[in-house]
Design a protein around this ligand. Structure first.
Ligand code: NDP
Length: 448
């Protein structure tokens, strides 16, 4: 759709207010392009500057993190928490520890998180945080020191009804444990201030599996809508962390074949597909071995290809589960040429704008944005918050059932807002529009 004067002026204003924030502007532009028609059609949305106000975080907290390494030397990192919007619930979103973390990266994640959380139907606002700390090569003791120093800065800004962080890249159960321990000591409070906790300290069953499982539950609805089924299909998955491994596990359980996993150093290809035992092995050694995929190829099976990505292999479904912008336009075109029918995001914004455009232009391939398909993690985090608030715990079966229902609910909203007259569904438009209406209504109802 060509930009109207209103939309292009709006884009210019947001760009001017956020100079040099490439990732943030990429996320804003993607959603704005998809909700442009709703803004054009609604005088109230324009008068009350709803979209523009949603792009502006409620607050951006940045702080220094000082800690001692194992040699007794001082180390210095930068930390952020972006509290984007608490219009529909406490700020909620993960923490990422990675050298590529910047204010722009955290802002894009926080902005997207608001739409994702709205789609779950749970009372969850949006936020995100993290640090440029690189945990690679660091000892357990150093990770603990860093987490304690990070929480010593963050604790004053969060709370069970204020802001509830969780994990993201390089922040798993171990890091959440260290962060939670420090919060408890400083505040002398045992409350649901973080999610993704171990079961013994108020964590929820299914949280570890939730994002990856949720991606596959969503995929099943997409395929059903296309009158296809997952059984017998071939999947290429990128990443080898929490999301990738549990997506692979659930896909295998449903009779699909998974032929790749990857990390920042290369791809592991297994022509005959990974077995459930293979995935269990990788889950067991994730965090223990330096390069689990390379160790797998050396000790077990499969072909390790250093420096390569999974998108050159023929597949029915591609599932990017590593990081932002990990698939470019050329790689998306290769997938389409090789017959890929669905690109479904486990990671946040893993496809560049060119990749998304290539998929939208292809007749037989559809694109599923992370804000719809990877919402299972935050959804079960929401369930962890209500278990903590009620001092209770639910069974695996109950929570897995709730996760399935929530993924079905999100799929239904995408179809409702993204289906064309010919029956094709534009999931990107559907997710953006459905999420936007929820946030816009809450903003209008609460006044300026
Ligand atoms: P993990 O830290 O568990 O795993 C990340 C994986 O991605 C690792 O295999 C890592 O490889 C790989 N990776 C990181 N950076 C790159 C890169 N530049 N190129 C190639 N591979 C890379 O993270 P998660 O699985 O938790 O998160 C993965 C994605 O899913 C992120 O985009 C996150 O925001 C998103 N997500 C996560 C949720 C969750 O519940 N955990 C919820 C919703 C979304 P290496 O070890 O070599 O660095």
């Amino acid at each position: 759709m060509p930009d109207s004067q209103y939309i292009s002026e709006l884009k210019n204003r947001i760009t001017e207010r956020n100079p040099n924030q490439t990732e943030f502007m990429q996320a804003v532009t993607e959603i704005l392009d998809n909700v442009a028609e709703e803004l054009e059609d609604n005088d109230e949305y324009r008068r009350y500057r709803i979209f523009e106000r949603l792009t502006e975080p409620d607050r951006i907290i940045s702080f220094k993190v000082e800690w001692l390494d194992d040699r007794g030397c001082a180390q210095l990192n930068r930390g952020w928490r972006v509290q984007q919007s608490n219009l529909i619930g406490p700020y909620k979103g993960g923490l990422r520890f990675h050298p590529t973390v910047s204010e722009s990266v955290i802002k894009f994640l926080a902005f997207e998180q608001c739409f994702k959380n709205a789609l779950t139907g749970l009372p969850l606002g949006g936020g995100k945080g993290g640090s440029d700390f690189d945990p690679k090569g660091r000892s357990d003791h150093e990770i603990m020191s860093f987490c304690q120093a990070f929480m010593t800065q963050l604790y004053r800004h969060i709370g069970a009804n204020v802001d509830v962080p969780a994990g993201d890249i390089n922040v798993g159960a171990r890091e959440i444990g260290f962060l939670y321990g420090q919060y408890r000591k400083i505040r002398n409070q045992f409350s649901g201030v973080l999610t993704g906790k171990a079961i013994e300290m108020g964590g929820s069953l299914v949280r570890t599996e939730a994002t990856g499982f949720g991606v596959i539950y969503f995929l099943q609805h997409v395929l059903e809508h296309k009158e296809l089924q997952l059984e017998g299909l071939t999947l290429t998955i990128s990443g080898a962390g929490n999301v990738a491994l549990f997506a692979a596990k659930k896909a295998l359980e449903q009779g699909a074949k998974v032929i790749t996993l990857s990390n920042s150093r290369g791809v592991l290809f297994k022509d005959n597909g990974f077995s459930n035992d293979d995935i269990e092995w990788l889950i067991k050694y994730d965090n223990i071995k330096d390069n689990t995929l390379l160790s797998f190829a050396e000790e077990r099976d499969g072909e390790w290809r250093a420096g390569e990505k999974p998108w050159q292999y023929k597949c029915d479904v591609a599932v990017p589960c590593a990081t932002q912008n990990e698939m470019n336009g050329e790689e998306a075109s290769t997938l389409i040429k090789n017959g890929c029918k669905v690109v479904i995001c486990g990671a946040n914004m893993p496809c560049t704008s060119e990749a998304i455009e290539a998929i939208h232009n292809a007749k037989n391939c559809c694109y599923i944005p992370g804000k719809a398909s990877n919402a299972g993690g935050v959804a079960v985090s929401g369930l962890e918050m209500s278990q903590n608030a009620g001092f209770e715990s639910q069974t695996f079966e109950y929570l897995d059932g709730r996760l399935r229902d929530i993924m079905k609910h999100i799929h239904g909203q995408c179809v409702k807002c993204g289906e064309s007259d010919t029956g094709d569904v534009n999931y990107e438009r559907g997710a953006s529009v459905a999420g936007f209406h929820i946030l816009a209504k809450a903003m209008l109802a609460q006044g300026v």
